[in-house]
Design a binder for this molecule. Structure first.
Ligand code: SDX
Length: 430
């Protein structure tokens, strides 16, 4: 638990103020400024919250300098190698890895909740054919609160059922939206398939061409979902917390997180990476042109999949995904020219002073799209896949906040830079 060890001293206009120093269990330190404005009349300003902690949390730990990522104290490398995604989902939400009974109960509920209310299936008929999958996902997830209103009373009363229902149904929503976009018949979940196998089957099975649920593809998807499962107070998780802090139900808080994740600077980067690699490929693999564009301050182009707010050495997830990428493409005997381009781009960037000086390395999104392509996921659903993985983390963070008695509605302040008081002038005198 965080503890207040000693104070920092702030001196303003000849007066000094004590700021408690909070130390986390990993030695991370913070100045508690919760009384700063009322005691000093000063607030802080930190655009993009680069230096600001919004909460204490015991769910995920990142060390950006050492490339460390742990969920509830377990190293991401070990979880990705040895766990099923639903084990990790349980770990994030409940704080411990499930024992056999807990795991079997969880699997039973995931199977029981896999279907959508048949009325909800008609929603898909009213999206335009080219509707964006992330838009559909946020609408459908938000609509679940109308079919399962029990959260409106006591948010925590049914949290475990609600969490399990959401983790199961988001998979069905994603697959059904894909089938609808193709005009194909929906494929319903099967009780004999596991979480990832069922998703793949709902996505790709067809009446005339039965889908072969290959263990190596299930394993690759399982690993990808684990690697995306949580990441501390990133943009979308902070959105889920902020919306939840107003007392909004879990479904609608998650729907807000889905929309935040959609941004190309955040979860939308995995789609943008593939579009960037295809653009470089179409432009005769003219790497230098795009590296120069990324370095040109007057050019808004950035290397998608590069850089990270926290990781300043390497993103451990990127390394695991790159290995999984090699393994899967070898097993499926696929040679994707975009993988070669990605590797060459990485090689060039990592030897360029601009990227070295700014600690810009491939992040989780740089190689994930190559795997999704190999599995057969359409590019416009890559960020949906990110949301499927991130869902347990969002739920765990929302639940942690709801359970914290110190939680207050999130309401940041501002430094006003507009017009000072002006005399009103009636229209006919302006
Ligand atoms: C995710 O927060 C999380 O944990 C997110 C995430 C998660 O799991 O939830 O890890 C998932 O969102 C990964 C990031 C995916 N986004 C991208 O790959 C988009 C490309 N990356 C950049 O837009 C950027 O690196 C960010 C958004 C990821 C981080 O931006 P920051 O921390 O605000 O850093 P910055 O923009 O201030 O950049 C610092 C410098 C700037 O140059 P200078 O002004 O110092 O000269 O680095 C440059 C930037 O211009 N820079 C880049 C770059 N990323 C940063 N230049 C070229 N290409 C890039 N990709």
């Amino acid at each position: 638990m965080n503890k207040c060890s000693k104070n920092a001293v702030l001196s303003i206009d000849g007066k000094t103020y004590d700021l408690p120093i909070i130390t986390g269990t990993e030695g991370d330190k913070a100045l508690d400024i919760s009384k700063l404005l009322q005691e000093t009349g000063y607030m802080t300003l930190d655009t993009g919250y680069k230096n600001t902690g919004s909460c204490t949390s015991s769910i995920t730990y990142l060390d950006g300098n050492k490339g460390i990522l742990r969920y509830r104290g377990y190293a991401i490398e070990e979880l990705a190698e040895k766990c099923l995604f639903i084990e990790v989902a349980y770990l994030l939400i409940h704080g411990h890895l499930p024992n056999k009974t807990e795991f079997d109960d969880f699997k039973y509920l995931l199977r029981r909740f896999a279907l959508l209310h048949e009325d909800m299936i008609h929603f898909f008929d009213h999206f335009p054919p080219n509707a964006q999958p992330m838009s559909i996902l946020s609408v459908m997830v938000n609509s679940l609160c109308n079919y399962y209103p029990e959260m409106s009373d006591d948010p925590l009363e049914n949290i475990n059922m609600t969490a399990t229902r959401l983790i199961s149904k988001i998979r069905t929503i994603a697959a059904f939206s894909y089938k609808k976009s193709l005009g194909h018949p929906l494929v319903y979940p099967r009780p004999d398939l596991n979480y990832c196998g069922n998703f793949l089957n709902m996505m790709f099975d067809k009446p005339v061409y039965p889908y072969d649920v290959r263990p190596e593809v299930v394993s690759a998807l399982n690993k990808l979902l684990i690697l995306h499962a949580d990441h501390e107070q990133n943009c979308s998780t902070s959105t889920v917390r902020l919306v939840g802090s107003a007392g909004v139900n879990l479904y609608s808080s998650i729907s807000a997180g889905i929309n935040a994740l959609w941004g190309p600077l955040h979860g939308g980067a995995n789609e943008a990476v593939i579009e960037m690699l295809e653009m470089i490929h179409a432009d005769g693999n003219n790497f230098k042109k795009y590296i120069d564009k990324a370095k040109d301050k007057s050019d808004p182009f950035k290397l998608s999949g590069f850089g990270h707010r926290v990781y300043k050495t390497f993103d451990p997830r990127g390394q695991i995904i790159q290995e999984a990428c090699d393994d899967l493409l070898t097993m499926l005997n696929i040679s994707d020219p975009l993988l070669d381009i990605a590797r060459q781009l990485e090689e060039i960037a990592l030897n360029d002073d601009y990227f070295i000086e700014r600690n810009l390395f491939p992040n989780v999104d740089f190689y994930s799209g190559i795997i999704y392509r190999a599995i057969g996921i359409p590019t416009n659903m890559f960020t949906v896949m990110f949301a499927l993985g991130r869902l347990p983390g969002w739920i765990a963070q929302w639940k942690e906040q709801q359970e914290d008695p110190r939680t207050k509605i999130g309401r940041p302040r501002q430094v006003f830079t507009g017009e000072v008081s002006r005399k009103f002038v009636p229209l006919d005198e302006r």
